[in-house]
Design a protein around this ligand. Sequence first.
Ligand SMILES: [Zn+2]
Length: 395
Amino acid sequence: MDKDKIEDRFAKFYDAYYKVKTEELFKNYPGERSLTADLEALASFEPYLASELTQNPDDIIPIATASLSKLSKGLKIIEPIHARFIGKNSNIPIQDIGTQLQDKLLTIDSIVARKFEMIPIPIYIKAKCAFCGTDAELKREDTGEQPACPRCKRKSLKIDVKASKFINRQRLSIKSPVQDKSDPYTYHLDVWLEDDLVDKVKSKDRVEFTGIIRIEYNPKEERYGFALHVIGLKNLQPEIDRKAALEHNMAKVFELVRASQYQFLEGVPEERIVAESERFGTAKAATLECIEDHKKNGSLVSPEPGLLATPEYAEIIRRNKELEKDTNSIKNIITKLTETDSGAKITDVLDQAEKQGISRDKTTRVINTLERMGDIYSPKPGILKIVRREEEPTA
Ligand SMILES: [Zn+2]
């Protein structure tokens, strides 16, 4: 495929997959300067383009950028526009990055080990050669090497800082997110971020970096090394943090309910959990979300609307309520039988309670409890009477 055809295919790709995003980009330009496309989306649109991009990123990315810039339809380009890409983790461990990957595109899952300060780097250079006096106007190459005088080829250009154009550049050191247990050494890779990618990550963030592997000379160490020149990144940390916070809040809500529920006969009021969580800095909406999730997965139940309990305690609440109801029924039976006679025969109480669905065993147990509590007494064997209390209205 020739250059024009590739450019045309990219235009169609952006139109098919990123129409809205492209429109937003040019609406917010130059505040926004990048369009980040997914390599998998590109592969499903045109496998050839995705494979070319991975194998020859230095040829393909400028074409994608040109294609994207043309879509701006007459927008005055004062800041660089970036065709960025993110993709699936290549699963290549940092220690396996070697010369076979030079100038190839790949995605590395990593943790940011260290972040260095931003530095300005010229992308358009206006300079005068200190040796031969030639005026030079240069575009910077991605190799990072110092440009030479176009006439005498000496690296003696004196850059006119005010007339040149600079963008931010930042170096990171990344490491693998998992430590190989059989290998105690932690391998690091230098990573370069530029322009709007600068300061998009923090130390310790989990990030997928998509970029081009470069071989660079390190003058301090007097040797060459590998570095990843990033063309797109996906910071996984916010989502990881969000999940961790949710898990933490879920555990906290459960613990609050479990620890305080025995103070409540019918369950812990949800407002109390919300208020307690707020004291620990959790917003009301987040706590309510946790409560809903707990109810959905059954780790907490609602004995009554607005009340919470663990399933075990909810069962105790249910049994207590049933016992209370049965006790009231039995007390009513005894009261009624006492009104019509000198006392209630135990056998009559057992019969009538049984008709209401209370087993004879249970009735016997309730009678024993009521006697022990002093609510009823037995004037003679087989007969029961209600104890009338002064402060209680008579039934
Ligand atoms: Zn010169």
